[in-house]
Ligand binder design. Structure first.
Ligand code: 5AD
Ligand code: SF4
Length: 466
């Protein structure tokens, strides 16, 4: 059977490198050379960075968390909002400075910003210290770019999405939870969103490849997989042999992995079949991230979201009433062009009705190349910030209220690692994705344990193992 064993895949990448490149060019990477990898943006980027890390390590680089120790710096970037751009160029300033002291330092930029023509032009004309640039469709070129780097800026970005690559080796950040891509790109073209341009059209992986990857993760002892896609509900629509996301989910649920999650769900493609499947299997976690974006039907139309306020509420209620103990979080944008105070009130109305477990809230940021960027951005920043503040206040109140429901209850928590804020405690997540800081022995890391909740805050719970 054609099982892509992860260890095998890792070995294969190394062999490919040794085979394809001349030994002498491979040797120019000195023993003990280090890489510093910084990731911005969504889970897709986090997972891409696991591939980048593996590729760098296959060349002999070792990871460092100290920029000053690095021989290669790679910034894996996000283009969803303008402030991400500013942060990246802010950080690149530090790299430029460091390069003065370490002229052999290789500075690389990849990810969604690398797919933006305006950014590439900016790099070419204003940032000569950026040595290599590669895009979201050609991460596999990384070793090539480094080995062949010849003190000349190299920009290698595929403008057209490539095929779906299989048997990719990853240096996974966790031995407990794993990301699994089920598709790449997005066909939804929401009018404000740059993702379909930076990540390309939707390309689903074959279900057999996904299931084989999950099987090998189960063999390695992983407790949780998160199926990744920009719009997982549309999974399979582009395959020759069409298969629904619900069918894929059902197959994954039968694979003995203790916990299955998935992000992100677009309300438009959310079927009853999906709801039934999630409700049916105990190992599909009752947690759904369901971006609302706006509560105003008029603005939703301008955003090209294909649902109305009513549709969203109907779906929300169906999910809540069908899936036991489900938690629902959302994304909301304020200040989309022409959003009136009345439109914004409609967003608050939906938030008050749904009482989300959490929400990521954003100020609209025009992205060059998207249809919305052509509409005059006619709301002042002051007004947008006012709306965001108002929204955040309500959102946080509901997060706290939802968390308080769990006081004194016993919940199943998958313990992951010492809590970064309090290393005496471990942190983990409940089935419905509540972050819990737990007083527990480190021998319980990687285990699903019963935890009694002793305190509830807006963004986390505290508890004790029982
Ligand atoms: N401006 C502000 N927020 C945006 N998002 C996507 N594009 C933009 C933009 N141009 C938000 C959406 C999406 C989340 C990942 O980022 O809410 O769901
Ligand atoms: Fe962007 Fe819309 Fe696709 Fe989400 S569904 S990635 S918001 S275009």
């Amino acid at each position: 059977m054609n099982l892509p064993n992860l260890k095998e895949a890792r070995k294969r990448t190394k062999q490919e490198v040794e085979h394809v490149y001349l030994k002498e060019s491979y040797d120019k990477i000195k023993q003990g050379s280090k890489y510093y990898l910084k990731t911005y943006g969504c889970q897709m980027n986090v997972h891409d960075s696991e591939e980048i890390a593996q590729r760098l390590e296959s060349l002999g680089y070792e990871k460092t968390d100290t920029l000053e120790h690095a021989d290669v710096v790679i910034l894996n970037t996000c283009a969803v909002r303008e402030n991400a751009h500013d942060k990246v160029f802010g950080f690149l300033g530090r790299c430029k400075h460091l390069k003065k002291e370490k002229p052999n330092l290789i500075v690389g930029l990849c990810g969604c910003m690398a797919q933006e023509e305006s950014v590439v032009n900016e790099i070419k004309t204003k940032h000569p210290y950026i040595d290599i640039v590669f895009g979201t469709h050609n991460i596999h070129e990384l070793q090539n770019l480094i080995i062949n780097y010849n003190n000349k800026q190299e920009i290698d970005v595929y403008s057209i999405e490539g095929k779906v690559y299989e048997n990719i080796a990853y240096k996974r950040d966790s031995k407990i939870k794993a990301w699994v891509n089920i598709m790449y790109g997005c066909d939804k073209f929401c009018t404000y969103c740059i993702v379909p341009y930076t990540r390309g059209k939707q390309r689903s992986r074959k279900s057999t490849d996904i299931l084989n990857e999950i099987k090998s993760l189960v063999e390695l002892g992983y407790q949780e997989v998160t199926l990744l896609g920009q719009n997982v509900n549309a999974y399979g629509k582009d395959l020759d042999q069409e298969i629904s996301f619900a069918t894929l989910l059902e197959k994954v649920a039968q694979s003995n992995i203790p916990r299955i999650r998935f992000v992100t769900s677009h309300p438009w493609d959310f079927t009853d079949e999906m709801i039934d499947t999630i409700a049916k299997y105990d190992n599909i976690m009752p947690y759904i991230h369901l971006p609302l974006q706006s509560g105003s039907t008029r603005i939703l139309k301008l955003m090209g979201r294909r649902y109305s306020q009513e549709d969203y509420l109907k779906l929300f209620n169906k999910i809540k009433s069908s899936i036991k103990n489900v938690a629902i979080t959302t994304d909301i944008i304020v200040g989309f062009p022409n959003e009136t105070d009345e439109d914004f009130q409609k967003t608050l109305e939906v938030v008050n009705t749904c009482q989300f477990d959490g929400a990521f809230t954003f100020i609209y940021s025009p992205r060059i190349g998207t249809p919305a960027a052509l509409i005059k951005d006619n709301i002042s920043l002051e007004e947008k910030e006012k709306r965001l503040q108002k929204l955040n206040k309500v959102v946080n109140e509901y997060s706290l209220k939802n968390n308080q429901k769990y006081l004194n209850q016993t919940l199943k928590v998958l313990l992951e690692a010492p809590s970064p804020k309090n290393p005496q405690k471990l942190f983990g997540y409940t089935e419905n994705m509540k972050l819990v800081n737990v007083t527990a022995d480190s021998s319980l890391i990687g285990k699903i344990v019963n935890v009694k909740i002793t305190d509830a805050k807006s963004f986390s719970l505290d508890g004790e193992v029982v």
